[in-house]
Design a protein around this ligand. Structure first.
Ligand code: FE2
Ligand code: FE2
Length: 178
């Protein structure tokens, strides 16, 4: 499952990002986010194994490489661009977990839905923290930005709408950031 390996890439990137920051609230926040990503991997691994799946070795190697490359960039290029990139990726992760919640429902595994929605909410928290830090940098004014998914409660509102609407609406394209 790509989301599982994506969490590995994110964890490596946050390890590098944290090292590149001086002690302070930003560094502390990255540490908390890193711990969340490691927890997410554990949750996803347990889910995958329940479905009889194992991690994809190629995806693991590829996303580990991506994460380590981002970690390297953190050391040479300052914190702003990695912070921005991380916030942008977290925005995509929110929607990924919303999609996984719907897939769980379609697969006849509604008990897994709260897990996916919760993971999506944690990614929402990550995006909010990282965007907040990035927005305090002087270069923020030059950044074109990206669409946001709206308030945190929107994840559950959209899922409730999906359940009650017999047409099972897809997520709006504007929410699918990549
Ligand atoms: Fe995550
Ligand atoms: Fe995250």
């Amino acid at each position: 499952m790509l989301a599982y390996s994506g969490e590995l890439g994110a964890a490596w990137a946050y390890i590098g990002h944290r090292k590149s920051l001086p002690p302070g609230p930003e560094r502390q926040a990255i540490w908390q986010i890193l711990k969340d990503e490691v927890r997410h991997r554990k949750v996803l691994l347990a889910l995958m194994r329940r479905y009889g799946e194992e991690p994809d070795a190629r995806a693991e190697a590829k996303l580990r490489g991506v994460g380590r490359f981002i970690a390297f960039i953190c050391h040479v290029g300052g914190w702003f661009v990695p912070m921005l990139g991380a916030a942008r990726l977290e925005a995509s992760n929110i929607v990924e977990y919303e999609i996984l919640a719907r897939l769980a429902w379609w697969a006849g595994e509604p008990d897994d839905v709260p897990t996916h929605l919760h993971l999506g909410e944690v990614e929402w928290d990550h995006e909010s923290v990282l965007r907040g830090f990035a927005s305090r940098h002087p270069l923020w004014a030059l950044v074109p930005g990206w669409p946001t998914v709206g308030p945190r409660s929107g994840l559950r509102t959209r899922y409730a709408h999906f359940l009650t609407n017999p047409e099972r609406p897809r997520l709006r394209k504007s929410l699918l950031l990549r």
